[in-house]
Write a protein that binds this ligand. Structure first.
Ligand code: HXC
Length: 513
């Protein structure tokens, strides 16, 4: 018994007091402190505390640490089971050894058997250099498990320190990446290698800090101002998710009346079609208690994705954002939304799509980078999804973008439009310029041309810049009063809760990655 207490005490010290102090000085918590912050008090069951590495080269036989640089086990968050691993930077820089990888794989395997989410906290100098290929194969074993677990259990990665080299690919294979400002960074090759190979001088932060990955690369989904905030984000995120792909998401307790109306919504769309507004005002208005957990908030801001509850029902929101790039669909927005839609579909989370989209972003830059195959990802994601899909067209739904955004023929279950909806192949001005190309060429006077366009645009608008034409053909199930949107969504979600839809049997699709 005495030995047990002493050994546990030793293990809890990781790489020793000095290194713990150094960790704190950097504004970072230790691996164990992070586990304690994340899990319900007293719920942590630790595995493999007494594991040590088996390497004798490079003097490592004299450097043994109990737990070998990673804390693993399971516990609960808000009473729900999760599995966890937390890399301990105080032990050989949290580097991944053969035994360290075996510990991680053990909890991954159990998480899969039990059907519980996996949370990985990364803070590591990468492959343990002294172990060479044994360490590399450890990474490969983790990657393989990440892949097998994808779409079966939710996988969340926190990056609370360095995550460099091939090590970045485990988080990248998981569903959500959370970073903390200033103390975490991720890159495939660090500043030193970059300098050697390309001559470029760049800092850790500028190459792979939280700001870069939340705004430019889109690698991270959430950023906390510090680790504490990052941990709170993980807890909040889990509250929307089921334990695994065979379960429904949890039903939240809801005190917000289902039939609560918001008169403000009846006038929220500006009179002029060119004037933007913030679609998040609509999301906050219709969601339970105005709460919205936005995913990738600073990336591809022309589309907004995230989680809300409607009368307690966990729901994914996808919304065009007229406030940014007029809500156009571009490559990044298409990829961002497609990934989100596929996540929701994998985990039985219904999707509500709010549409105000003038089309795909035109231009050679987008064409050269592949807007065709990237836009196709979003069509694919929506068309493949079998969860309940509710679409509300708020204003513009033009061309291909109308089709993409969960239209009826992509198996939209309930498709509503506000009276302000404009559903057409393209906007009025563009349409007139195509339809009356020959007449316009003949008019030389600019004022006369403008009058011609404006007169004919009026006819076009009367015909197409409203939802009635689409409703006439049943592509829109109903035109609804904006103020009543929350209630109509809730009723649709309740009705669709027993929805069954299947895709044909196949090994897997060949979606345009
Ligand atoms: C063994 C390592 C280590 C590693 C750090 N340490 N990285 N030990 N293998 N990969 C040890 C250090 O020797 C030191 O030991 C302690 O951890 C803390 O490291 P410091 O350098 O003092 O800390 P800091 O100044 O904060 O710098 C952190 C760091 C740096 C930026 C992560 O240590 C670093 O650059 N490490 C190497 C990173 C790297 O190139 N990794 C391989 C990437 S390739 P003491 O005893 O002094 O405390 C890769 C392939 C994966 O990972 C492939 C997967 C497919």
């Amino acid at each position: 018994m005495k030995r047990l207490i002493a050994e546990r005490e030793k293990a809890r010290l990781g790489g020793g007091e000095k290194r713990i102090e150094a960790q704190h000085k950097k504004g970072k918590f230790t691996a164990r402190e992070r586990v304690d912050m994340l899990l319900d008090e007293g719920s942590f069951e630790e595995y493999d505390m007494f594991v040590t590495h088996r390497t004798t080269d490079f003097g490592l036989d004299k450097e043994q640490y109990l737990s070998d640089g990673v804390i693993t086990g399971h516990g609960t968050i808000d009473g729900r089971s999760v599995y966890i691993f937390s890399q301990d930077f105080t032990v050989l820089g949290g580097s991944l050894s053969e035994t360290n990888a075996l510990k991680i794989c053990k909890v991954m395997d159990q998480a899969m058997k039990v059907g519980a989410p996996l949370i990985g906290i990364n803070d590591s100098g990468g492959a343990r250099i002294q172990e060479g290929v044994r360490s590399l194969s450890g990474y490969a074993s983790i990657f393989q498990r990440n892949i097998m677990a994808s779409g079966v259990i939710p996988q969340i990665s926190a990056i609370f320190g360095p995550c460099a080299g091939g090590a970045v690919y485990s988080p990248a294979l998981t569903d959500f990446v959370v970073m903390a400002e200033k103390t975490s960074y991720m890159f495939v090759t660090g500043p030193k290698v970059v300098k050697t190979v390309t001559g470029e001088t760049i800092t850790d932060e500028d190459l792979g800090g939280a700001t870069v990955h939340s705004t430019k690369s889109g690698v991270t989904h959430f950023v906390g101002a510090n680790e504490t905030e990052g941990i709170l984000l993980i807890k909040k995120l889990l509250s929307y998710l089921p334990q695994n792909n065979l379960e429904e998401p949890p039903l939240a307790v809801c005190s917000d009346p289902a039939d609560r109306m918001d008169e403000k919504l009846n006038t929220i769309i500006p009179d002029k079609p060119s004037i933007p507004y913030d679609v998040k005002d609509i999301i906050h208005s219709i969601a339970d208690n105005g709460e919205f957990l936005e995913v990738q908030r600073q990336y591809a801001r022309n589309i907004v994705v995230g989680f809300v509850t409607f009368n307690g029902i966990s729901t994914g929101i996808v919304a065009n954002q007229p406030n940014f790039l007029a809500g156009c669909l571009d490559i990044n927005a298409s990829r961002k939304a497609a990934r989100f839609v596929r996540f929701c579909d994998a985990f039985n989370i219904p999707i509500v799509t709010l549409v105000d989209v003038p089309g795909f972003l035109p231009g050679s830059a987008q064409e050269f980078e592949g807007i065709i195959s990237n836009g196709a990802k979003l069509i694919f994601a929506y068309g493949e999804a079998t969860v309940p899909k509710i679409t509300i067209i708020l204003r513009k739904a033009y061309g291909g973008a109308y089709i993409v955004m969960s239209s009826k023929q992509l198996r939209g279950d309930v498709n509503y439009a506000w009276p302000t909806a404009e559903i057409a192949v393209m906007g009025p001005i563009g349409a007139i310029e195509v339809l009356y190309n020959r007449d316009l060429k003949a008019i030389k006077n600019p004022e006369e041309r403008a009058k011609f366009v404006s007169d004919n645009a009026t006819e076009y608008r009367e015909k197409f810049s409203n939802p009635y034409e689409a409703a006439k053909y049943g592509y829109i199930d109903d035109i609804i009063e904006p103020r009543n949107t929350r209630f109509r969504i809730i009723r649709a979600l309740q009705t669709l809760s027993t929805k069954k839809d299947v895709n044909p049997p196949k090994k897997h699709s060949t979606l345009p990655l």
